[in-house]
Design a protein around this ligand. Structure first.
Ligand code: GUN
Length: 283
């Protein structure tokens, strides 16, 4: 039997439509639209594409998009001053500084300068701490999007064995925290993990976020497991995930494709976080 294909694109479109319907009453009550500021430093091609689509999606949801494009050689103090101005701007509910930044800039310092209550990316250490301790805050968009897809497939996740392959601050660690909060038994695997195939084979849920094309083979997957592939690897044969899709779909119960799986969820959750921020700010 072949796995159910998890249609992240359709789920994300539905989420965006639901957000758009909530923007209207917010505008009527607040007298303004929710606002998202996106800061792009330099001309990185992939980042430019992401920033353009974030701006378009923000406007399509009826929100205000403030785009700040800065030259690649901007200094740290100028970038910090922009973040401070956005923190103080009442029209801005969410601030996103597109990563990666050019190497001469201190990305951690920039993230830590963002007001945690406008940190719709969920990258600020205060929000990481809130997630780890179960307090309300902002959760990074990609792992939250993965969780929404998993809930859609499973309903409750309690008691399931989950393996998260990858330990980044942006995906792996927050994903593991979210699954723990859902009462999964969570294993975090990484480049030094011994016998990765065995760890994957034991899991009812596999979340792959390592950035290595087709690292996870079909033969590693437990029959019927749910596979969430966060990888977006550009190869000579096009975009591929961290999972060997054809091999895995023959064994899994459900699997996200690349593209069209997790990717579209990230922007949809960014809009959700911005709307939530606007609502909290209104009180
Ligand atoms: N670069 C790639 N993905 C992201 C993201 O979700 N947020 C930010 N700020 N930068 C990114």
């Amino acid at each position: 039997m072949s796995a159910t294909i998890i249609d992240g694109k359709a789920y994300a479109a539905g989420l965006r439509a639901r957000i758009a319907t909530q923007v209207e009453p917010f505008k009527a009550a607040a007298g303004r639209a929710p606002g998202l500021a996106v800061v792009l430093v330099g001309e990185d091609a992939a980042s430019s594409v992401y920033v353009r689509s974030k701006g378009r999606a923000t406007r399509e949801a009826g929100m205000e998009s403030f785009e700040h494009r800065l030259s690649a050689d901007i200094d740290q103090a100028t970038l910090m001053a922009l973040v401070a101005a956005l923190n103080a701007d009442p029209a801005v509910d969410g601030i996103l500084v597109q990563l990666p930044l050019p190497a001469h800039l201190d990305a951690q310092a920039v993230i830590q300068a963002i007001d945690p209550d406008k940190d719709v990316d969920g990258f600020h250490p205060v929000n990481a701490g809130r997630l780890a301790t179960g307090l309300p805050g902002f959760v990074p968009c990609t792992p939250l999007g993965c969780l929404m897809l998993l809930r859609d497939v499973h309903g409750t996740l309690a008691g399931l064995d989950a393996v998260v392959v990858g330990r980044s601050n942006i995906v792996g660690k927050p994903m593991a925290q979210l699954l723990l909060q859902e009462s999964c038994t969570v294993t975090i695997a990484h480049s030094r993990t011994r016998d990765l195939p065995a760890k994957v084979r034991a899991a009812d849920i596999v979340v792959a976020a390592v950035g290595i094309p087709k690292l996870i083979e079909g033969g590693w997957i437990k029959p019927g497991a749910t596979v969430i592939d966060v990888g977006i690897n550009r190869t000579e044969t096009g975009l591929v995930g961290d999972v060997d899709f054809e091999g895995a779909r023959a064994v899994a119960g459900a699997i996200t494709p690349v593209p069209g799986g997790v990717g579209p969820m990230t922007i949809a959750v960014l809009l959700r976080n911005t709307l939530v921020s606007a609502g909290r700010r209104m009180g």
